[in-house]
Design a protein around this ligand. Structure first.
Ligand SMILES: Nc1ncnc2c1ncn2[C@@H]1O[C@H](COP(=O)(O)OP(=O)(O)OP(=O)(O)O)[C@@H](O)[C@H]1O
Ligand SMILES: [Mg+2]
Length: 408
């Protein structure tokens, strides 16, 4: 019987790839953080969209568990940034399922009946109890959360547990809001700094876009010393090759990538994992579809597939950009360093050469701030900007070439 070979590639957000290429150094680095006693460095795992933060974070979990740590955490949706209370409750809710099996005493309830008797019930470290400790601790939000974590550790320290990792993905969504007098981000940083000073083994792992670390430092300058920043970059050629070829190196795989195709995928994906998964998945499907349609020698090129990437991935983002913003981004896209970082001054200078209506520095500043809000660029700590979406420059250049061709 012929078994159907499913397309193994998984372009998506947080979808585990069929083969996780590279990232060995990062996994070892994470494992080293678990050996700290006391914890002096927490982790920020950062990088551009689609570089593989979420799936790498997922692989940290079994490493931690194997080393005797508990692992709690979630994806921080935007609603988390609303208030300190919500962040605290989030942490309690994440911890509770891990520790709710621990018995911490008994509660007694007097039963009144024909004869009065005392009903004893085991008291567990569940959410209700954690919340009670939180609510009944006097003081600030940080005092309450600290009290809960200290209480949890006082119960866990009798077990074989070595510590607790609290891992939060999309942590760039956390923000302080001075206007509403809500400081959830500072709360998290203050609490962890304080309990780690007391040598409680709670390790914080925050994952997010490159805006995350500057945000932490802005909230609390001590963040600079509190976190080790692990920046995920594109895969090197050998790793990209593995990501492309390993998933199909199995029996019955009906599709093979030629050397030329592999090289094309590596070049056009720039080694960015999401793009590798996308191009491979599409090429795999197109090949089979052409074959099913009776083509004995299907021809699938990376160039054709790139068009689909443009329409599926980039076009939606591009359509939300105004005409004037497009002009500015087009100036950026022709800078030789556009895939790295660029400055306001460079844009101003180049716009004088390229546009009939060039941009002033203040105009560029304002527009970049707006584009940063919509997640297309971000400002790094040295005041320079980068595209927040990998390979955006290439897409813009392709759009321009197509536009020119259409106008011919
Ligand atoms: N090391 C890798 N090898 C092969 N594929 C990978 C690797 N890392 C990630 N991928 C694939 O790349 C895609 C993006 O991964 P992931 O969602 O983890 O990125 P991310 O950095 O969390 O993105 P975002 O910033 O949007 O949250 C997924 O389809 C995933 O399967
Ligand atoms: Mg992610």
């Amino acid at each position: 019987m012929v078994t159907l070979f499913q397309n193994p590639f998984r372009p998506g957000a947080g979808h585990p790839p069929p083969y996780l290429a590279g990232r060995e150094a990062e996994r070892q680095d994470f494992a080293r953080h678990l050996e700290q006693q006391p914890i002096l460095a927490n982790l920020v795992l950062t990088g551009l969209r689609g570089v593989g933060k979420t799936v790498l974070l997922e692989t940290f979990k079994p490493i931690a568990i194997q080393k005797g740590w508990l692992w709690a955490g979630t994806d921080l949706s935007e609603s988390v940034s609303v208030s300190e209370e919500i962040v605290a409750v989030r942490i309690l809710a994440d911890l509770a399922p891990l520790v709710s099996g621990i018995k911490v005493g008994e509660s007694q309830k007097r039963r009144i009946g024909f004869t009065s008797s005392v009903e004893r019930k085991a008291l567990h470290l569940d959410f209700d109890l954690l919340k009670r400790v939180h609510d009944e601790t006097p003081g600030l939000a940080s005092d309450k959360l600290k009290a809960v974590l200290e209480f949890v550790w006082s119960c866990l320290s009798h077990t074989r547990c070595r510590g607790v990792v609290l891992a939060y993905d999309e942590a760039q969504n956390l923000s302080d809001q001075a206007a509403g007098h809500q400081y959830p981000l500072s709360l998290l940083l203050d609490v962890f700094q304080s309990i780690q000073k007391k040598e409680l083994p709670f390790l914080l792992v925050l994952t997010g876009l490159p805006t995350l670390f500057p945000k932490l430092v802005e909230a609390r300058t001590f963040s600079e010393r509190m976190f080790h920043v692990m920046t995920l970059d594109r895969l090197i050629d050998k790793e990209s090759r593995d990501a492309i070829l390993k998933p199909i190196e199995r029996q019955n795989c009906p599709v093979h990538f030629s050397d030329q195709a592999v090289k094309g995928i590596i070049d056009h994906s720039g080694g960015y994992p999401y793009f590798i998964q996308f191009l491979c998945r599409e090429m795999f499907d197109s090949y089979l579809q052409q074959k099913a349609a009776g083509d004995a020698k299907p021809r699938v090129t990376v160039a054709q597939t790139l068009r689909k990437l443009d329409s599926d991935f980039f076009a939606g983002r591009w359509s939300r950009v105004t005409d004037r913003q497009r002009e500015l981004l087009s100036v950026v896209a022709v800078l030789p360093n556009c895939d790295d970082e660029f400055s306001v001054l460079e844009i101003v200078e180049d716009s004088k050469k390229a546009l009939t209506k060039p941009f002033s520095a203040s105009h560029v500043n304002q527009m970049l701030a707006k584009l940063a809000e919509s997640g297309l660029v971000y400002k790094n700590r040295h005041g320079r900007y980068s595209f927040a979406v990998p390979l955006l420059g290439g897409f813009i250049s392709r759009q321009q070439t197509e536009g020119l061709l259409k106008n011919l």
